[in-house]
Design a protein around this ligand. Sequence first.
Ligand code: C2E
Ligand code: CA
Ligand code: CA
Ligand code: CA
Length: 279
Amino acid sequence: AKTAHERMVCFYDEKLHEKILFEKDMESHMVSSLEKNEFVIYLQPKYGLVDRKIAGAEALVRWNHPTRGFLGPNDFIPLFEKNHFILELDFFVFESVCRMLRRWMDEGRPVVPVAVNFSRVHLLTNDFVEQLIALVDKYQIPPHYLEIELTESAYISRFHNALQIAQRLRQHGFLMAMDDFGAGYSSLNSLKSLPLDILKLDKNFFQEKEPTPKETIIIENIVRLAKQLNLCVVSEGVELEWQAEFLCSVDCDLVQGYLFSRPIPVTTFEKILMEHAQP
Ligand code: C2E
Ligand code: CA
Ligand code: CA
Ligand code: CA
């Protein structure tokens, strides 16, 4: 009979084996899925806290997988960051957003800025900035319709590259956002040095219960600090009415969260935006 230790080793082997098979299967579909438009963009609206009107959106990718169903980014982005397919996928999302903005302009629809997420992997490439500029040129999009979201930890892990990239993109007119602020070991130093337009407070800033007096002071003052630095402050993951009211009372600009809307298909977003724009 096997010892407990041997059984453990077997168990880990099996788990590892399963993971390898899963990853191989995902990798065998990813390229064809990109060609067949099986990666789909959802938009989550951002709302103004005072007027509660749509002020923008964030593009969030989903995978309509041929055998595994509808997958969220947490199921495939870690793998794509490992095998670098994320470089292609992020540009696919960005180009789809450019095409969509072009169509909104051509059809005379209301236009709001759209945020696109970029993995830290891009910070190691040479032509990230040039590729983004080439695409806005191709579709003739004013760069200020596009927000480039990098997480706080991406900015910090590649600080020198990130600083140069942010400077060049911003010079070109793109809006630069820091995502997930407050999720890790935040550095106020990064706020001092990076040329940013938007600060997105991480969703974990808010628990379900009301903030303690200390938490209230911290959030209030982070918002104040960011606003004094001329940043637009967006709070993510807002699910409850009291959170929205609290954020409004501390002068946060925008909110994004299930309280207002989940991420929705592009056509649904367009309908809501049209209704919003009616006088
Ligand atoms: P993120 O950039 O922080 O995006 C916000 C996530 O929070 C989204 O999850 C959104 O659906 C979710 N969310 C929004 N409101 C609420 C709320 O009120 N409560 C809760 N609990 N969650 C809320 P999603 O779509 O599953 O995306 C997860 C992450 O995957 C994103 O986090 C982002 O880091 C990454 N991601 C998504 N699309 C892309 C992409 O095109 N490229 C890259 N590189 N990463 C992406
Ligand atoms: Ca984001
Ligand atoms: Ca975030
Ligand atoms: Ca996140």
